[in-house]
Design a protein around this ligand. Structure first.
Ligand code: FMN
Length: 322
């Protein structure tokens, strides 16, 4: 395939595995890259910049294809040393970074100076335009269906992708709710030149997740996600389970939600422990509505080949109507 996204990334297919906290490790990123897509390591999954440097080197031993690193910069009480993570990315020869979060703009000039290609992921066209103005190379536009942070405006991909394609000069990558070749065909028809997937890649053989978690994704239906942190205006889409149900219930109580009431339930360490132990109801598990389409656990290569052949078939079917 050839689109501006494959040209930019140097990949066979314009299929990207988005950054995923705890999941975006060398096993998954290298498998996606080896299968012709772009694998992405999640910078902040590594506890220190030195650990990220080691993970980048480990990934290089597992693939000779391009892969990237995600840097998610959300406001936090105790921010990680972002500048040092970025130094680790640059000095370890990474050429592609997926940025996300409102704080990412601060680090864009340093990355651009180092010759890094930036894919900025955002959930609104105005943010995409700002990022384009700052010189990013492509935009991943995340619709309301997506896992993780869909923002507060609730605009689904069906509207957001063509709006972004119409407004931007740089290539648009459709993200959120894509898990099959039909989704990819739809995204291309809506004006995107590539796709970004998170949830679908969690249910693959190479994803470093406990089998119980992968099976929970297979079992879940499209109705089985919760939106948490709505009351804090920091919405996250996660899998419906005991913990996320409890968070939603607390947020539904009258009056202002106090984060202190949620802290223990949503703690990152708790989520990570649940993912590793396969305790589906013990912590927050990030997942999108596309779980409704996930019904197997293929290798990344099988998944990508399936997506490409279904995409071609569906585009040909649509074309045959004319
Ligand atoms: N996006 C980020 O920018 N940073 C993250 O740390 C991050 N963590 C994620 C963890 C998981 C388990 C999942 C499923 C998604 C995460 N995302 C994160 C969002 C994905 O990169 C991607 O934008 C999203 O999953 C696309 O929606 P989809 O799941 O419907 O494909």
């Amino acid at each position: 395939m050839k689109t501006r996204v494959t040209e930019l990334l140097g990949t066979q297919y314009p299929i990207i595995q988005g950054g995923m906290q705890w999941v975006g490790r060398a096993e998954l990123a290298s498998a996606v890259s080896n299968a012709g897509g772009l694998g992405i390591l999640t910078g902040l999954t590594q506890p220190t910049p030195e650990d990220l440097a080691k993970e980048i080197q480990r990934c290089k031993t597992m693939t000779d294809k391009p892969f990237g690193v995600n840097m998610t910069v959300f406001p936090t009480i105790k921010p990680p040393p972002y500048a040092e993570y970025i130094d680790a990315i640059i000095s370890n020869g990474i050429h592609i970074v997926e940025t996300a979060g409102p704080g990412a703009v601060e680090f864009m000039p340093t990355m651009k100076e180092a010759g890094i290609k930036i894919i900025h992921k955002c959930v609104a066209v105005r943010h995409a335009l700002t990022a384009q103005g700052l010189g990013v190379d492509a935009i991943s536009i995340d619709g309301f269906e997506c896992a993780g942070h869909p923002g507060e405006e609730d605009i689904p991909g069906m509207v957001l992708i063509p709006l972004a394609a119409r407004a931007l000069d740089i290539p648009v990558i459709a993200s959120g709710g894509i898990g099959s070749g039909r989704g990819m065909a739809g995204a291309l028809a809506l004006g995107a030149e590539g796709i970004n997937m998170g949830t679908r890649f969690c249910a693959t053989k190479e994803a470093p997740l406990h089998e119980n978690i992968k099976q929970a994704l297979v079992n879940a239906r499209e109705q089985d996600t919760n939106l948490i942190f709505r009351t804090l205006r920091n919405t996250a889409r996660v899998l419906k389970n005991d913990v996320s149900n409890q968070v939603v219930e607390i947020e539904r109580r009258p009056g202002k939600t106090d984060f202190a009431d949620l802290r223990e339930l949503v703690a990152g360490v708790r989520g990570r422990a649940a993912l590793e132990a396969g305790e589906v109801n013990d912590g927050i598990i990030t997942a999108g509505m596309v779980v409704g389409l996930v019904d197997d656990i293929p290798t990344c290569a099988e998944l990508i080949e399936d997506i490409i052949s279904e995409c071609k078939r569906e585009l040909a079917r649509a074309n045959s109507y004319f």
